[in-house]
Design a protein around this ligand. Structure first.
Ligand code: NDP
Ligand code: MG
Length: 386
């Protein structure tokens, strides 16, 4: 029986690459669910090609259009946020790949875990917001999270066969983004177009800005903390501009394992879909001749304050990472619309983190409140800049 996959956010960067992987392994995987937010045309095209059991369009205004075009196909059509939470629970779904952006990934992931589904996690924000809750839930339900993020996939692969061995440190590699060599002064007026232009990866807009501001690496540090059960002090960021060592684990004997590969998200996607099996692929192979020099640098936390803020949020814990994430979502949105400068984004995030009331062990409702409150507070602070 092929593995039944639900792809949340199938019209995005990770979603479309996941469908390319599935198309290359049709005997192994069947697409059961596809979801999009507002890109109805691409969702329809994907539905016709992959004939899933169900599709969900987040934006309810598009429901009639999608239903009309797909009326002669054996595909159920739903609309709205709640529908996404429901379709992930369908019996034919074995694995839910979460490739939506930001806070919107949280509830569908919880719903899928509640139904006992394994998760292929691309939506790192879910673990940033509610890592402690999610870890408890997956333990209770006996399900697995297989990371899709390339760094976490690398760590996950390094940890295979190391169940009882102590991790000393995780080195999360980072390309450094498009502004690695910029000075603080250069960064003050960078245009959106430059920030979107990542040197090694072609990604959605939000994560591209997060990569330029290094918030992506900060969020990934928190993601690693929950996925691998390590403390703040055990996670270190290592700038590696070539992006071919995807991360490293140092064990208690001082030995280090690294995972390497071409910078291509289809590799960690395939690993997550096939896990625990490695699928035989004809994807292009890595060539050492193309990378005669691999280099490493320390991260500059004075220039990229989001790194320091993320580690502070991770250290403080409770609802503070949720506040950091919400404020970041608000400022990235504003930056994309040229309503705030690149460096000012961190000022606002810091203010939100320091204003929001601390909750040590937040439940899901308290996280929802923190998210809303932090987003609104960031919007309020943004008014000063626009
Ligand atoms: P994209 O912006 O390219 O795609 C996002 C997808 O989610 C689209 O299908 C979009 O639908 C849908 N979506 C957006 N907002 C909502 C919402 N509110 N409710 C429901 N669906 C929504 O993002 P990426 O693919 O780049 O990133 C997805 C996730 O994966 C992020 O969390 C990111 O951090 C993570 N990730 C991405 C990597 C990459 O290489 N891109 C690498 C590692 C992790 P529509 O198209 O209709 O708007
Ligand atoms: Mg990553």
């Amino acid at each position: 029986m092929p593995k039944g996959i639900a792809i949340l956010g199938s019209t995005g960067s990770i979603g479309t690459q996941t469908l390319q992987v599935v198309a290359a392994f049709q005997e192994e995987f069947s697409v059961e669910v596809l979801t999009a937010n507002k890109n109805a045309d691409l969702l329809i095209k994907q539905a016709i090609e992959f004939q899933p059991n169900a599709v969900v369009i987040g934006n309810e205004c598009e429901y009639e259009y999608v239903t009309e075009v797909l009326k002669n196909y054996p595909v159920k059509v739903f609309a709205g946020r709640d529908a996404i939470c429901q379709v992930v629970q369908m019996e034919s779904v074995d694995l839910v790949l979460t490739a939506v952006v930001g806070y919107s990934g949280l509830k569908p992931t919880i719903s899928a875990i509640n139904a006992g589904k394994d998760i292929a996690l691309a939506n790192k924000e879910t673990l940033v917001i509610a890592g402690e809750l999610i870890v408890r839930m997956i333990q209770d339900k006996g399900v697995q999270i297989i990371p899709v993020d390339s760094e976490h996939s690398a760590i996950f692969q390094c940890l295979a066969g190391e169940t009882n061995n102590k991790i000393e440190k995780i080195y999360l590699t980072a390309s450094g983004g498009p502004f690695r060599n910029y000075s603080i002064d250069d960064l003050k007026n960078v245009p959106v177009k430059e920030a979107l232009n990542h040197p090694n990866w072609n990604m959605g807009k939000k994560i591209s800005i997060d990569s330029a501001s290094m918030m992506n690496k900060g969020l990934e540090a928190i993601e690693a903390r929950w996925l691998f059960g390590v403390d703040t002090e055990q996670v270190e960021i290592l700038i590696h501009p070539q992006s071919v060592i995807h991360s490293l684990v140092q064990f208690c004997d001082g030995s280090i394992k690294a995972q390497m590969g071409r910078p291509d998200m289809k590799l960690p996607i395939l690993y997550a879909l096939g896990y625990p099996k490695r699928m035989e692929s004809d994807f292009p192979r890595f060539s050492f001749a193309d990378y005669p020099k691999l280099t490493f640098e320390q991260a500059d936390i004075k220039k990229f304050r989001n790194l320091a803020l993320s580690f502070e949020a991770m250290y403080r814990g409770g609802n503070i990472p949720c506040a950091l994430n919400a404020a970041n979502e608000a400022v990235v949105h504003a930056f994309l619309y040229e309503k705030v400068g690149f460096m000012e984004m961190s000022d606002i995030i810091e203010k939100v983190m320091n204003t929001i009331s601390f909750i040590k062990k937040p439940g899901i409702e308290e996280l929802e409140e923190t998210n809303l409150e932090s987003y609104r507070l960031a919007e309020l602070l943004l008014r000063k800049y626009s």
